[in-house]
Design a protein around this ligand. Sequence first.
Ligand SMILES: Nc1ncnc2c1ncn2[C@@H]1O[C@H](COP(=O)(O)OP(=O)(O)OP(=O)(O)O)[C@@H](O)[C@H]1O
Length: 303
Amino acid sequence: MNSIEIRELTKEFGRTRAVDHLTFDVMPGRVTGFLGPNGAGKSTTMRLLLGLDRITSGTATIGGRRFTELPDPLHRVGALLDAQSAHGGRTARDHLRFLAAANRIPMSRVEAVLEQSGIASAARRRIKTFSLGMRQRLGIAAALLGDPEVLLLDEPTNGLDPEGIIWIRELMRGLAAEGRTVLVSSHLMTETAALVDHLIVLGQGRLLADTSIEEFIDSRSTPRVRLRTTDPVRLRATLARDDFELVTAEGGRWTVDGMQAEQLGVIAAREGIPMLELIDERASLEQAYLDLTADSAQFAATR
Ligand SMILES: Nc1ncnc2c1ncn2[C@@H]1O[C@H](COP(=O)(O)OP(=O)(O)OP(=O)(O)O)[C@@H](O)[C@H]1O
């Protein structure tokens, strides 16, 4: 198995509790988004998972083992943590060759990941001449080098242009479809929603949601109908009988909260009220996310 298991994971930096009794699983075969405002504890969780920071209490394992206990870790787990950390004086190809040699990865993988990440034509350039987006692609190439079953990508879309974002979406979907475990962090909901199947949301180091994207949308956005009608007076009276309110909107339109177009269409037809337009409106995903994380934004809990 190559699932990630986080159990009661806690990390304290002095008086700051960056990760607070966190428990969740990341399953193979799908892309899991790891969301939360700045400082929520996403990077710390990934660093703990990779054994880069010492755990205060709890466990973080991959396929039932700690990262530091894995026999060939880069063959099992690929990570993009800080794309800016690569040595600027080296060429992209040399950087990857160095990593491959240090981890007993065949050199053929270097050319494969250069191609896969779209930087083959820049392979001989020094990394310090790379744009932010190219460094990001190089970081992803390095994460893919060992052909790992598990991928941890911290803010992989940072600095990528729209084409790069589509590329990374396709890449992550492809990796998940091959049965790999893909965990990708971001603090932007709208961007993430298009990339992932499942969501883990953190706030102040605590778990706020562990849910599918569909469930997240359904459970957190209230239905609303937007409409145009030739007879708002009669519609208002009809809706008032069931405690629904017709509210004025711009452009000669009206809205009704807590109702879907299907329901309202049936009512209007039954009452013979002409409808010129009838559309379902959902509170945006970004808004639902901001509501969820509002109380925990920005600052980690202090003991
Ligand atoms: N080495 C450290 N020493 C002290 N405090 C730290 C350290 N690393 C992280 N923190 C604190 O832990 C908390 C969580 O930080 P973390 O970087 O994990 O959040 P994040 O969710 O990844 O945020 P971002 O979206 O900004 O990357 C923050 O309050 C941060 O200041």
